[in-house]
Design a binder for this molecule. Structure first.
Ligand code: HEM
Length: 428
């Protein structure tokens, strides 16, 4: 009989770069590290679509777009314009990812379009829907991982929650839920990094492949209650309606994408949430006293400060968006940051306010490529935040450390540099 085990990944300060982009790393990559909202503010009251790369319009170094790509670049800024672009994949396609370093992951959901994308996404859709997330992911992985991390936090009265909770939680949940043992999760995640020399990236790919090939062989022989076992048994629908089992390399690419997409994002977004509440103690108190505000809190923090501010699309055919003509072959930069602060959609959108009514926004994208793991991510954040409120009494910034600040690239990978806090452990 299978025993219920949960293991969390142990991270040290030296591992921060694995999923996080501290300023130094972002600077080394030549990225802008300013606060996106200060740079975007000048665009808020302007046209909804502008010709030009977002970085140039914001006055920051290029992070995404390269001159070598050819074609024009357009920045899509308003809520309505971003919505139209996300919802029209025939005109604004994901083949743009073929131009980006994420292609190191190989052919994945991210760069697929149309029927091929839909059929591939259908394979894993049931395992990321809300009922499976609230059930299997929560009961089997999230609650135990949170408990394990809090056991350590409860043994003291101060911590860096960024390193001791926000980072290890999603990495542990997504890796172990997938079927990668906790003691190999860090090695696997490091192997998927997109930076470093070509040789380092090839070596990393070989390491990830070796680990996954071994696990797939084991799970075929002895299936477990994890995603690898589900993937190797899953049927993929083909164009003609027939089905076949997923091939090894398809499972591997899926796994690489999920582990890559599901770790750093939730880490940083949970960190942003805790930071926002520490900086707005009256809202932390309101949430502590009324947990029905939990969903609204996560919705608000992801609207107010999404960790990734922009995503790209390839313009497949000549089109006109909000009166602006775009030529086939252009690149469209969809700015979630400005769309989520659209003055026509929210009152006082630059302020953080968990009492806003629930309303759709774009932190998790929209349309056919909307984030596959969004329910999982929300659930991890809700369970972790609930434990923070229940178990860390009198939670406050630790005055012995410098004030926490947001770091990372200007457009992507933003989150707090650290979350040094003091608290009184609350048992029971
Ligand atoms: C706060 C956390 C997260 C944020 C802000 C986030 C954001 C996003 C966004 C904006 C997209 C759309 C990209 C595009 O349209 O080009 C996306 C796609 C995706 N995300 Fe997330 N994500 C988060 C967590 C996760 C988690 C936990 C997982 C998996 C376990 C995950 C897996 C994926 C996958 C597989 C895709 C590609 C979907 C497709 O192309 O069909 N994400 N995410």
């Amino acid at each position: 009989m299978e025993t219920k085990t949960t293991h969390t990944v142990d991270l040290s300060n030296d591992d921060r770069g694995v999923m996080f982009n501290p300023d130094e790393e972002a600077k080394a990559a030549g990225w802008g590290t300013d606060d996106p909202y200060a740079c975007l503010a000048k665009l808020y009251d302007g046209p909804p679509v502008l010709k030009g790369a977002l970085e140039d319009l914001m006055g920051i170094p290029r992070q995404y777009v390269s001159d070598q790509w050819g074609g024009d670049v357009y920045s899509i800024l308003s809520f309505d314009a971003v919505n139209k672009a996300f919802m029209d994949p025939d005109t604004f396609s994901n083949r743009v990812y073929e131009k980006m370093s994420v292609t190191a992951l190989g052919d994945t959901l991210l760069n697929m379009d149309g029927g091929k994308h839909k059929r591939m996404r259908n394979v894993s859709k049931p395992w990321f829907k809300p009922s499976f997330t609230d059930g299997w992911w929560t009961d089997k992985w999230i609650v135990d991982a949170v408990d394990e991390l809090f056991e350590r936090l409860m043994a003291k009265d101060h911590a860096d929650l960024n390193l001791e909770l926000c980072a290890p939680l999603p990495m542990s949940v997504v890796s172990t839920g997938f079927g990668i043992p906790a003691d190999e999760a860090l090695e696997f995640r490091k192997a998927l990094l997109f930076h470093g020399t070509r040789e380092e990236m090839i070596k990393g790919h070989e390491t990830a492949t070796r680990i996954l090939m071994r696990l797939m062989t084991e799970r075929r022989a002895y299936p477990q209650d994890d995603l690898i076992s589900r993937f190797v048994q899953a049927d993929l629908e083909l164009e003609d309606g027939s089905t076949r089992k997923m091939a090894d390399d398809e499972v591997m690419r899926y796994c690489n994408l999920i582990v890559h997409a599901g770790g750093g994002t939730t880490w940083r977004q949970l960190g942003i949430t805790i930071m926002a509440l520490l900086n707005h103690p009256e809202q932390m108190e309101a949430l502590r006293n009324d947990r029905s505000l939990m969903r609204a809190t996560i919705q608000e923090v992801t609207r107010w400060y999404p960790t990734d501010t922009a995503f790209l699309r390839y313009v497949e055919k000549d089109t006109v968006l909000e009166g602006v003509e775009m030529k086939e072959g252009s690149v469209a930069m969809l700015c979630l940051g400005s769309a989520n602060h659209d003055r026509t959609q929210w009152e006082d959108p630059d302020s953080f306010n968990i009492h806003r009514p629930l309303k759709r926004h774009f932190a998790f994208g929209a349309g056919p490529h909307a984030c596959l793991g969004q329910h999982l991510s929300r659930q991890e954040m809700e369970v972790a935040l609930g434990a923070v409120l229940d178990r860390l009494g009198d939670l406050r910034w630790n005055p012995d450390y410098p004030t926490a600040r947001m770091s990372g690239g200007t457009l992507i990978g933003r989150g707090p540099d650290a979350l040094h806090v003091r608290y009184t452990p609350v048992s029971g």
